[in-house]
Design a protein around this ligand. Structure first.
Ligand code: SAM
Length: 213
């Protein structure tokens, strides 16, 4: 069992990284900054999966729980297009400020609404209306609550997407930590829901994509 983010093994990880096309300068700088500050962004391989998922359903209204410096937000904003509305949430003022700079430089600031800084779950509850897509990437103990809050707010045919659902492989060899137990509960609840059709994609740390019926 690997103890880092190599669910698929280091050789396959390296292959998946080297096949990726170059990113634009803003994404490249965000990737470098995330590495410098040890911010766990989804990275380019998962970024492409997020973009693809949103484009496949024509998602316009997207809510993100946990945005950090806005790397995944930028992938969502580009997928949502000029008419998109993407909600950014994070509890760090420093992250908010830094993300705003990247959004402006990338030319997508007009389609992103930054809520907070503060708790993403409270920010979500301050919004109204349905979402085409909801992305969960906050503190792991909050995942089950994010699922409970999100389900009624997803439109029919919308997607719930969550990162880190394989949790460095700990789902297969669980420990007693709150994080591991919360991820296990989240995955169980998603698969048990009569309203969701989930699939876990074992890319990087595992991405769950679930369609609401
Ligand atoms: C994994 S990072 C997000 C990475 C981002 N989704 C990306 O891939 O570019 C999680 C972020 O959510 C923030 N966070 C964690 N729990 C939160 C909460 N309950 N409310 C708001 N922000 C939270 C953390 O401070 C961190 O910046």
């Amino acid at each position: 069992m690997p103890d880092d983010l190599t669910i698929t093994g280091p050789e396959v990880e390296a292959y998946l990284a080297q096949i990726l096309p170059e990113r634009d300068p803003v994404l490249v700088e965000m990737e470098a900054q995330a590495a410098r500050r040890a911010i766990p962004i989804v990275g380019p391989a998962v970024g492409r999966l997020l973009y693809l998922a949103a484009r496949m359903i024509g998602a316009r209204r997207i809510f993100e729980f946990g945005s950090a410096i806005g790397y995944s937000t930028l992938w969502w904003a580009r997928a949502a297009g000029e008419m998109g509305e993407v909600f950014y949430t994070d509890n760090s003022l420093e992250n908010h400020r830094e993300a705003a700079g990247y959004f402006t430089r990338a030319g997508v600031a007009g389609r992103i609404r930054q809520l907070g800084p503060g708790d993403a779950l409270a920010a979500f509850q301050s919004t109204t209306g349905a979402f085409d897509l909801i992305f969960c990437d906050v503190n792991k103990p909050a995942y089950p609550e994010v699922l409970r809050l999100s389900l009624p707010r997803l439109r029919s045919g919308g997607l719930l997407v969550a990162d880190n659902v394989l949790w460095s492989g700990k789902v297969a060899r669980p420990d007693d930590s709150r994080e591991t137990q919360a991820i296990l509960e989240f995955n169980r609840a998603a698969y048990a829901s009569p309203d969701l059709f989930p699939v876990i994609v074992p890319l990087r740390d595992g991405v769950l994509i679930a369609r609401k019926s």
